[in-house]
Design a protein around this ligand. Structure first.
Ligand SMILES: [Zn+2]
Length: 320
């Protein structure tokens, strides 16, 4: 299909979160021509899925009004476990669904538009790799430190999903055997010690401030609070242990640190680099850098994925 036959020439990018759906209609140069967000539907998984499909249909209507035709493709960034090849949202603890054929449901509603689906952190990694902190880097590892921890492996401008869509799950590398119980059923997984949620909990306990967050902990660290420094050191040591596993397996040029805890910037990255250097023996260590795209990364990655998935020629890179 040529550009002339498909004058509408835009995609729908949709980043599905546990609380918010973030979307854009995006041009072939990755510029958003329309942005929207809404709350994720609550309740039964069927209601959550219906909310997503309805939102996609409204976005397509918006695109039709603006461009006179349907989108060339849709990209979905989905939390939890996904099967990209099958277009299935396999499991999400937050959203409560299992084996939802989300790509087909959205495609059917939009009259057969091609729909691609990926893991939300892999979408974030795709965007960081093409447009953000990994631009021009051949091999990188993106790690998102949020409610949990997940990673994404970038090689040659593409993301490596693994054989079953499970590659990059660094959050479930056991760094503290016998440690805190993890949502996955294991004990001492990295995300039980070093996620933004885990750091917030540890700081709430140490400071006595109920509901304290990782950002509160980072501020206390910056202020030189000894209790906060101890909480921080535990998280940083665990993170370095986990990342050293990634370094041993992947040998990336760059590790990109994002997610809520990543927003702490050098307060986190500086001690993290030191901890990695102290733990490494023979390994060539990667550069450890902050993510560049913030919370837009998932949505931007969904847009890039949609363009990749479409048959149209397009520009994958934009200058920053
Ligand atoms: Zn786990």
């Amino acid at each position: 299909m040529s550009l002339q036959e498909h004058p509408a020439n835009y995609v729908i990018a949709l980043d599905i979160g546990g609380t918010t759906l973030k979307a854009a209609l995006t041009d072939s140069d990755n510029e958003p021509l329309f942005r929207a967000r809404r709350d994720t539907a609550t309740g039964e998984p069927e209601a959550v899925v219906a909310g997503i499909v309805d939102f996609a249909a409204e976005l397509a209507e918006e695109g039709r009004a603006r461009r006179g035709g349907p989108p060339v493709a849709v990209g979905l960034a989905v939390p939890g476990v996904v099967d990209e090849a099958a277009g299935l949202a396999r499991y999400s603890a937050n959203l409560g669904w299992r084996d939802v054929p989300l790509a087909r449901l959205v495609s059917d509603r939009l009259g057969g538009v091609p729909v691609a689906l990926t893991h939300d952190v892999r979408a974030g990694g795709l965007a960081e790799g093409r447009l953000g902190a990994g631009a021009g880097v051949e091999r990188f590892f993106f790690v998102a430190l949020g409610t949990g921890i997940a990673g994404a492996i970038g090689v040659g401008g593409r993301m490596e999903p693994g054989a079953h869509g499970g590659a990059g799950e660094i959050g479930h590398v056991v760094v503290r055997p016998g440690g805190p119980r993890c949502g996955c059923g294991g004990h001492g997984c990295l995300e039980t010690v070093a996620s933004a949620s885990a750091v917030g909990r540890a700081w709430a306990e140490a400071s006595g401030a109920a509901g304290a967050s990782a950002a509160d902990a980072a501020r206390a660290v910056a202020a030189g609070d000894g209790r906060a420094l101890a909480v921080w050191r535990d998280a940083v040591e665990a993170l370095a242990d986990g990342l050293l596993v990634a370094v041993n397996l992947l040998d990336p040029e760059v590790v990109i640190v994002g997610g809520g805890l990543g927003e702490a910037g050098e307060i986190l990255l500086d001690p993290l680099r030191s901890a990695l250097a102290a733990k490494a023996t023979f390994q060539r260590l990667p550069a450890v850098v902050p993510a560049a795209l913030g919370e837009a990364a998932g949505r931007l990655g969904a847009g890039l994925l949609a363009w990749d998935h479409s048959q149209l020629p397009h520009t994958a890179e934009v200058s920053p």
